[in-house]
Ligand binder design. Structure first.
Ligand code: SAM
Length: 238
């Protein structure tokens, strides 16, 4: 996959998420030992939403961040947007079967590089594990900047390239053995779960991603690392 670029890479990403959609949430819980739920809560807290504000969950997948936003702020309008329709379909189906009440106001097919929203509409834009996947990070960040209101926060949760440390052998074992094995077992899609470690290791260090936020126009940029430095939440303000 690392040899793919541009639209071919975007199509690969879309096809991969279409295939793993039914087991995506379960895999997330297992890979992170359930900790992603806590990180999602932190993302929404960091977004500092007004109680009746507008939130965009970009690359929303099954919509976990959008739902967490409504849990924390029942009055917000949450918009979930993604370019893989199957991920959103699975998210909506889960609501019908398990949660009964759909709290996400709208599910929108959208490419993170060309957002179908007017300028300065959202009070906050959040994303979970999107930025590592887009084929043009700068364009995606400037699009997110465009749709944010002045003063609004962009908050992104993603895997981040780990620095070498005493934990490196354990991190490598988790990334290259446990995750592909578990992914193969649960989804039958080993390539999707070798894609994850590959893109994590080829992605930016947390400091570099923060610089990209600044280059896209964001102020008050910062980040917090999680899970032995393999995850981070980044934020920046318009
Ligand atoms: C790893 S999943 C994350 C789903 C969810 N946000 C979460 O936190 O679990 C990445 C999502 O980003 C979406 N995605 C990747 N590139 C995209 C793009 N250019 N535009 C819109 N969505 C994109 C994929 O379709 C996929 O649903």
């Amino acid at each position: 996959m690392t040899q793919l670029d541009g639209p071919a890479r975007a199509s690969y990403v879309q096809a991969m998420f279409t295939r793993i959609a039914p087991r995506y949430d379960l895999m997330n819980r297992l890979m992170t030992g359930g900790q992603d739920l806590r990180w999602r809560r932190d993302v929404i807290r960091q977004a500092d939403l007004p109680d009746t504000g507008h939130l965009l969950d970009l690359g929303a997948g099954t919509g976990d961040l959008a739902r967490e936003a409504v849990r924390q702020h029942p009055g917000v309008e949450a918009v979930a947007a993604d370019f893989t329709l199957e991920m959103m379909r699975v998210g909506r189906q889960r609501v019908r079967e398990q949660e009964k009440i759909e709290v996400v106001q709208s599910w929108t097919a959208a490419d993170a590089l060309h957002l179908p929203f007017v300028d300065e509409y959202f009070d906050a834009v959040v994303s979970g594990y999107l930025l590592r996947n887009v084929i043009d990070l700068h364009t995606s960040l400037t699009e997110q900047w465009r749709v944010l209101k002045p003063g609004g926060w962009l908050v992104a949760l993603d895997t981040t390239r780990p620095r070498r440390s005493l934990l490196t052998p354990f991190i490598n074992f988790h990334l290259h053995k446990i995750i592909p094995w578990l992914g193969g077992l649960l989804t039958g899609q080993v390539d999707a779960y070798t894609y994850l470690p590959e893109t994590t290791e080829n992605f930016l260090y947390a400091e570099q991603l923060a610089s990209r936020f600044i280059a896209a126009g964001f102020k008050q940029v910062g980040f917090r690392r999680y899970m032995f430095g393999t995850m981070a939440i980044h934020w920046g303000r318009k």
